[in-house]
Design a protein around this ligand. Structure first.
Ligand code: TGC
Ligand code: FAD
Length: 389
């Protein structure tokens, strides 16, 4: 297999600054030397490569758009490129970094006190402390506003009761950002330290997707959290503001997964002989590859435009929804077609397409399913919410 090269069919590299390309290339090198050799085995065993956590911190991957507190302070587009390179290896690695930065460090930075920022952010930037984000519940996924987890005020504390489902990093996180309804029924966010009595974690096993990522249920039984651990934000806009950043990162990340599949399928098609010819010489195979490179190129432009808007702090949530919806669906479709081009070889761990394909099924579901994003776009263009009664 040749060294990884991102798709540059429309000369998109010309649209990046030197600094952006430098960041992209340094992450690419790390992914090639440290992640690619081990990732298939982790996926097969169902383990997360924890040994990589400090090195990824040294490269500034955690909370990379935050200024100060030991974070890299790079632009959203640079962050997007970091996600692209990571997900080229595996969606589980990108998930880990998304959750740590966009879903845990960002709310502490945006809605925490200065004391919270000082206590948590520098150690999260190095990976000494790991976070997870609890919004989804067993009975409330696409509709988190219906959550039943409660935070009952009791003197100087809140008492949490309820559970959160499908939580990335849950199994080994040192802290959780937990969203719960207070006595007034308002959604509030809490930073809950792992050792808090009444906080239990159960790992979800037997997954066929995101196997190199730890997914867990968080259970809160009379879990007493000091009121000082509550974030300064009220309502769904708290968790949704975090999701805007994570969904943006996903729209870039999946480009990497799609590019990895495309490169693998192209090389395979050029060397696999059937009917005395490379399969790349058959028109139907060429059509598949031509469609894939076209779809990846369109998705790159979409991610880049939303990135440039975000660089200017102008990206709107429904624009991010369009990028997440389109690019994940594109990557999933690409992975499926590439897996087909590889024939039987495509179902083994020797090749990446099958692993990416399985991972992308989760990515299509989490952070808002493809149809939820379609309906968010529908609401902005029709003025009618499909969600309200
Ligand atoms: P709705 O009435 O539309 O809004 C309620 C309040 O929230 C505000 N808001 C936003 N604020 C900031 N950014 C956004 N994107 C926002 N979207 C909505 C809105 O303005 C309103 O504010 P206010 O002040 O008026 O109260 O809410 P709804 O209950 O009708 O829900 C709409 C819907 C379905 C679009 C939403 O619930 C949704 O997006 N559902 C999908 C759920 C989801 O994405 N869950 C993700 C869980 S975390 C995860 O998956 C992590 S995976 C990590 C990994 O491993 O990488
Ligand atoms: P449901 O909401 O039950 O949806 C099922 C189906 O119904 C979907 O096809 C959906 O599109 C459709 N549907 C629902 N409502 C509508 C509607 N109004 N109109 C049309 N169709 C609709 N959550 C966290 O909080 N933190 C995490 O770290 C986290 N990590 C995750 C990691 C993995 C590997 C996975 C798979 C999930 C993770 N999630 C996490 C949960 C994820 O966000 C939810 O799975 C997602 O929001 C969908 O919720 P659900 O699975 O309950 O599906």
């Amino acid at each position: 297999m040749k060294p990884f090269e991102s798709v540059n069919y429309l000369d998109i590299d010309n649209l990046f600054s030197e600094e952006e390309l430098m960041i992209r290339n340094s992450i690419r090198q790390f992914v090639t030397s440290e992640i690619m050799p081990i990732i298939a085995e982790h996926f097969e065993k169902g383990t997360f490569p924890k040994n990589l956590i400090p090195a990824m911190g040294e490269l500034g991957m955690y909370g990379s758009t935050i200024q100060g507190y030991g974070c890299a302070g790079v632009s959203p587009t640079s962050y997007g490129l970091i996600m692209q390179e990571l997900e080229r290896a595996d969606s589980g690695l990108r998930s880990f970094v998304s959750v740590q930065g966009a879903l845990c460090m960002y709310p502490i930075f945006a809605f925490g006190t200065e004391a919270h920022r000082q206590k948590y952010l520098p150690k999260m930037a190095t990976g000494e402390l790991i976070g997870c984000f609890g919004l989804t519940e067993p009975d409330f996924g696409s509709n988190p506003g219906g959550m039943v987890t409660r935070a009952k005020k009791d003197g100087a504390d809140y008492i949490l009761n309820g559970s959160k489902m499908w939580i990335t990093n849950g199994g080994f996180a040192d802290l959780a950002i937990v969203w719960a309804k207070d006595d007034a029924g308002d959604i509030r966010g809490f930073i809950v330290d792992r050792e808090t009595p009444g906080f239990k974690v159960v790992e979800i096993k037997k997954k066929f997707s995101l196997r190199a990522s730890v997914t867990s249920e968080l259970i809160f039984e009379d879990c007493r959290v000091p009121a000082s651990q509550m974030l300064e934000v009220k309502g769904l806009k708290g968790p949704f503001s975090c999701l805007n950043n994570a969904r943006f990162g996903i729209s870039w990340g999946v480009l990497g997964a799609a590019m990895a599949c495309y490169q693998e399928a192209l090389e395979y098609a050029q060397t696999r002989i059937q009917f005395n010819k490379p399969i790349a010489s058959f028109q139907l195979v060429q059509a598949k590859l031509a469609n894939i490179v076209t779809e990846i190129s369109k998705a790159q432009l979409l991610a880049l435009q939303v990135g440039r808007l975000k660089d200017q702090d102008k990206a709107k949530p429904h624009q991010i929804s369009m990028a997440k919806m389109n690019n994940v669906a594109m990557a999933l479709n690409t992975a499926r077609i590439c897996r087909d081009i590889l024939g039987a070889s495509g179902i083994t761990y020797e090749y990446q397409c099958g692993r990416h394909m399985l991972n992308l099924e989760s990515v299509n579901t989490y952070e808002g399913t493809e149809d939820i994003h379609r309906l968010i776009i529908g609401q902005t263009i029709t003025g009618i919410s499909a969600f309200s009664n």
